[in-house]
Design a protein around this ligand. Structure first.
Ligand code: GLA
Length: 413
């Protein structure tokens, strides 16, 4: 464990790409993606809707807590460019135009992001992609004072490499002089972890996350998306602590918080949504809620707006948590070092069969067995006493997690 920590510390803050767009911590906010329908079918959005959601986010205190990005996915653009060959929003859905919407969002202390594609069309056929128009589109986004551009990977000419195209678009965005975060969405292809952080502020590392707990398909590259459980396994194998750093965030895709079209234990019910949140927090990845951010239910608020949980997400060390063990019965333990010497720990029952006991021993964290450690339950916001040797959560239900903050109370810190 010590060597892992040292390794993570050395790699930390090496190369990062700060273009002034405000990405020193992982972006948090709302995306249109799963708000009105089954994640992108048909991904409708409108000026009226976006203003109302922005108002609601501000009124509910979400903006104050850091949820300040509003990202319009493949939903806003008109099917044709205008007479100057520029992208334009659907005139029916955005009658006041994008510059006016950006101003509205900015006045609430929020930021606006728009979607495009490095290929000739967006992933939903019918809307123009930016291929052959990188400069002109970057200038259009800058003219509207957009703060982030997401670039998808569909309809890309097969003779072009992804690294070339994404680099060109990144350079075009920066050449405008208006700071815009670049969110690359190449689904983890072409070993994006080796170069994504050099040209973008956040980059997708696998296919779409579909709103399910368990969806065993391919984790990286073209495929049909995956569930929470598959992303957790994917991240364990990736060793995210090697990569996570300010202005270069790994992106395992949107949060599908409480997306539950049917009452089934494999959709994003309360437990699955809370487990998704715990891991996204532990990895310090973007928290982009793709379900409705207005009229938060008590459950949704408890998942998204727990300040003790969010403090782990923004812990200034920004070292992603890593898996420490996984057992065949589904028990897993993950840990993450924090700036003040504390440790964040997730005890997790990955399995789907029965409740199990999941524990952490202090020596697994690089601490002495005899250290006196105070245990704080983050979801429940309560102290669970001071313990030597370790801590066991008994009967952890299937798919559930026990998210802890551990502080050594002896001088060993
Ligand atoms: C791809 C992306 C998604 C979303 C859609 C839009 O599938 O991976 O995140 O942007 O396209 O059509």
């Amino acid at each position: 464990m010590f060597s892992f920590l040292l390794f993570a510390q050395v790699l930390h803050f090496t190369a990062a790409y700060d273009n002034g767009a405000g990405t020193e911590s992982p972006p948090m906010g709302w995306s249109t993606w799963c708000t009105n329908d089954f994640c992108g079918i048909p991904d409708r959005c409108s000026e009226y809707e976006v203003r109302r959601k922005a108002d609601a986010m501000a009124a509910q205190g979400m903006v104050e807590m850091g949820y300040k990005w509003i990202l319009l996915d493949d939903c806003w653009a008109h099917t044709e460019r205008d007479e100057n060959d520029e992208l334009q929003p659907s005139p029916k859905l955005f009658p006041s135009g994008m510059a006016a919407l950006a101003e509205y969002v900015h006045d609430l202390g929020m930021k606006l992001g728009l979607y495009t594609c490095v290929g000739t069309e967006t992933c939903k056929k019918g809307r123009p992609g930016s291929y052959g128009h990188y400069e002109i589109d970057a200038n259009t986004f800058a003219k509207w004072k957009v703060d982030m551009v997401k670039a998808d990977n569909c309809h890309r000419p097969s003779n072009e490499s992804q690294i070339d195209l994404y680099t060109q678009l990144s350079q075009a965005l920066n050449a405008t002089g208006h700071p815009m975060a670049f969110a690359m969405c190449n689904w983890g292809e072409e070993n994006v972890v080796d170069w994504g952080g050099d040209i973008s502020q956040m980059y997708r590392i696998q296919m779409d996350h579909l709103p399910m707990y368990n969806l065993p398909t391919k984790a990286q590259g073209a495929g049909y998306g995956q569930g929470v459980r598959q992303i957790i396994d994917f991240m364990a194998d990736l060793h995210p602590a090697k990569y996570t750093k300010p202005h270069a965030w790994l992106d395992p895709d949107f949060l599908e918080t409480l997306f539950e079209p049917i009452d089934a234990y494999s959709t994003m019910n309360f437990t699955n949504s809370r487990t998704e949140m715990a891991f996204w927090v532990l990895w310090s990845v973007p928290l982009l809620v793709a379900t409705d951010p207005a009229d938060l239910s008590e459950d949704k608020r408890s998942i998204l707006m727990n300040e003790e949980v969010l403090a782990i997400h923004h812990d200034p060390l920004y070292i992603s948590g890593e898996r420490v063990y996984n057992h065949t019965n589904g028990a897993e333990m993950w840990s993450r070092p924090l700036e003040n010497g504390d440790m964040a720990v997730i005890l997790f029952n990955k399995g789907s069969l029965n409740a199990i006991d999941v524990g952490v021993e202090w020596t697994q964290l690089g601490w002495e067995a005899t250290d006196e450690v105070s245990v704080r339950c983050l979801w429940g916001k309560k102290d669970l006493g001071v313990h030597k040797f370790g801590f066991v959560r008994e009967d952890l239900p299937v798919h559930d997690n026990h998210f802890l903050r551990l502080s050594r109370t002896n001088s060993a810190k």
